[in-house]
Design a protein around this ligand. Structure first.
Ligand SMILES: [Zn+2]
Length: 474
C-alpha cells in the first residue's frame, strides 16, 4: 500500500522542519514569520491508523457537489474552515480517487500532492498555531466505492436510479476531502445540484430548493449540529418525499424510492412515536430534524445511521428503523473517540431494540439476554450466533468492528449493568450518558468511569468479564 511512501515523505520533510524550528528558536524575538511543521498524516486510530489527520480540527465543511447520474461525473468544491492546533507548514486531508484541480488556503494558491488516500496541502504561508484558516479544494471525477476489510462497500455507490455517498468507517473520503475520523466533528452545509427530476437529500434541514436553469435543481442542506464525517450522506434518486412533525415538534423528512413506498409505510408510520419514545428514554432528541432515506432495494448491504436521516437499502422494518434512529443519540450525538469504541454505538442501538420491545409488551431485555446466553433461537432468531467470539471493547481487527459481539455482547454489557444497579439507576445512566456527552466524543474508558460515578457502584467485574474478557461469559 501507500503507507511506506507517505512515511518516507514525512521523514524527508522532518529534518528540514527541525532545522527551521532551530532557526526560529535562535531568531525568535526578531523574526515575524511562523515556522510551521507538517501536520500528521493519520490519527493512529487502532484500526485505521491513516484515517484523519493531525495538526488541525475542522469547524465547518461547505460542500458544493454537482452530480449527473447519466455520466456519473462529480464536479465539486469543498470549502473547509479549520483551526490549526500547531504551526503548520503543510497539512493533510483524506481523499480517495477523484482529480484535485486546485487548492487555495486563505485565498492564496497552495501547492498540493497526492499519495494514496492522502492529499497534502502546502499553504503559501505557514499557518500559526490557533489560526482559523479556510481551504478551498476544487475536484472532479467519477467517485468510486471503497471496499472495507469485512468486504462491504461504502463511499460512493450508484443505485438503480441515482447514487448515494455514505462513509462508515472511512468511505466519505471517496466523495469529499476531509479529516475523516470520528474524533473531528464539524458543522456542514451540503449543496447538491442534480438534473431536474431528481431529488437530492443530505443531513440536517433543507434550506432551499431552486431550479438553477439549464435543467438542473439545487438542494441546499444545513446541519448545524456537530457531525462526524462518517455520518454524512448524499442521496440522489427519484425519491418520493414526505415531510411532517413529531408531536413534540421535531421536523420529519422522508425520501423513499417509489418501489419501496408501500413496504416502508408501516415502519415509517412509527417514526414519530420512535423519536418521542427515544426522547423519554435517552433524553431530548439531539437534532432539529429526523427522517429516513429509503434507497432502491439492494443498493447497499446494510443500513446506516447517517445523521438526522438514516439510510436504508429497501424498506426498513420497525426494528431496523428503531435501531438507526437510536443511533442518533448513540453514535451521532455521542460519537466514538476511535473505531475501537464502536460498541458504544452498536451495543446501545441493539439495546434500544430490546428496550423498545420491552416497553411495547414484547420480549424484555432480560429475555433477550437470557436467550443469547442459552442460544435459544425461539426467543431471538440470532441467539445461536457467536456473540462471544471476542470482547466487544477489543475487536481483534478492522474487519471485526461490525461483528456480532460488538452489537449483541455490547447490549448484554448494558443488561449486566442493569442487573447490578437496578432500573432506576440504569435508566438514569442511559439518559445521563447521552445528555452529558451530547454532540461530543467518548471512549470506552469514559463510559466505564461515567457508569461507576453515575451509579455509585464498582462495576469492575462486569467490565472484566463482559467488556474486555476473552471467552464466553456464563
Ligand atoms: Zn447500528
Amino acid at each position: 500500500m501507500d503507507h511506506r511512501r507517505a512515511l518516507s515523505r514525512l521523514t524527508a520533510a522532518a529534518p528540514a522542519a527541525a532545522a527551521a524550528a532551530l532557526l526560529a528558536l535562535t531568531t525568535a524575538c526578531t523574526a515575524g514569520t511562523v515556522q510551521g511543521r507538517p501536520g500528521a498524516s493519520g490519527l493512529r486510530d487502532p484500526y485505521f491508523p491513516k484515517a484523519g489527520n493531525g495538526g488541525y480540527q475542522i469547524e465547518h465543511y461547505d460542500l458544493d457537489l454537482d452530480y449527473d447520474p447519466a455520466d456519473r461525473e462529480l464536479n465539486a468544491t469543498a470549502v473547509i474552515t479549520a483551526r490549526a492546533g500547531q504551526a503548520l507548514s503543510s497539512f493533510n486531508l483524506d481523499l480517495a480517487g477523484l482529480k484535485v484541480e486546485s487548492v487555495t488556503v486563505q485565498g492564496e494558491e497552495a501547492r498540493f500532492n497526492r499519495t494514496g488516500r492522502e492529499l497534502t496541502v502546502r499553504p503559501a504561508k505557514d499557518l500559526k498555531k490557533g489560526e482559523v484558516f479556510r481551504a478551498e479544494i476544487d475536484y472532479r471525477g467519477e467517485p468510486r466505492p471503497i471496499v472495507d476489510a469485512d468486504g462491504s462497500k461504502e463511499g460512493w455507490i450508484t443505485t438503480a436510479d441515482g447514487a448515494v455517498g455514505v462513509g462508515e468507517p472511512i468511505g466519505s473520503m471517496a466523495w469529499f476531502p476531509g479529516n475523516h475520523h470520528p474524533s473531528d466533528k464539524a458543522a456542514y452545509d451540503i449543496t447538491l445540484t442534480v438534473p431536474k427530476g431528481y431529488e437530492a437529500v443530505s443531513n440536517g434541514e433543507l434550506a432551499s430548493r431552486t431550479d438553477t436553469g439549464g435543467g438542473r435543481t439545487q438542494f441546499v442542506w444545513h446541519d448545524r449540529a456537530p457531525m462526524a464525517s462518517y455520518l454524512a450522506v448524499a442521496a440522489i434518486g427519484k425519491f418520493k418525499v414526505t415531510t411532517g412533525r413529531t408531536p413534540s415538534g421535531v421536523a420529519l423528512y422522508e425520501a423513499v424510492a417509489p418501489a419501496e413506498a408501500a413496504a416502508s409505510a408501516p415502519a415509517l408510520a412509527k417514526l414519530p412515536e420512535i423519536v418521542e419514545w427515544g426522547s423519554r428514554r435517552f433524553g431530548p432528541y439531539p437534532f432539529g430534524t429526523a427522517g429516513a432515506i429509503v434507497l432502491p432495494a439492494e443498493s447497499l448491504t446494510y443500513a446506516l445511521e447517517t445523521q438526522t436521516k438514516p439510510v436504508f437499502s429497501g424498506a426498513p422494518d420497525e426494528d431496523l428503523l428503531l435501531h438507526e434512529t437510536a443511533h442518533q443519540w448513540f453514535g451521532d450525538s455521542v460519537s466514538p473517540k476511535s473505531w475501537k469504541d464502536m460498541w458504544l454505538n452498536e451495543g446501545f442501538a441493539t439495546y434500544a431494540e430490546w428496550l423498545w420491545s420491552e416497553d411495547h409488551g414484547g420480549t424484555t431485555a432480560q429475555q433477550h439476554f437470557d436467550a443469547y446466553l442459552k442460544g435459544d433461537t425461539s426467543v431471538d432468531d440470532d441467539a445461536g450466533g457467536d456473540w462471544a467470539a471476542f470482547p466487544p471493547a477489543a475487536p481483534p481487527g478492522a474487519e471485526d468492528i461490525s461483528g456480532m459481539p460488538v452489537y449483541v455482547r455490547g447490549a448484554m454489557v448494558l443488561q449486566r449493568i442493569r442487573q447490578e444497579v437496578g432500573d432506576e439507576k440504569f435508566f438514569a445512566l442511559l439518559r445521563g450518558w447521552a445528555t452529558d456527552h451530547e454532540y461530543g466524543n467518548a471512549s470506552t474508558a469514559d463510559f466505564t468511569a461515567y457508569a461507576e460515578r453515575s451509579t455509585g457502584r464498582d462495576l469492575k467485574k462486569v467490565w472484566d468479564v463482559w467488556l474486555y474478557g476473552e471467552g464466553r461469559p456464563k
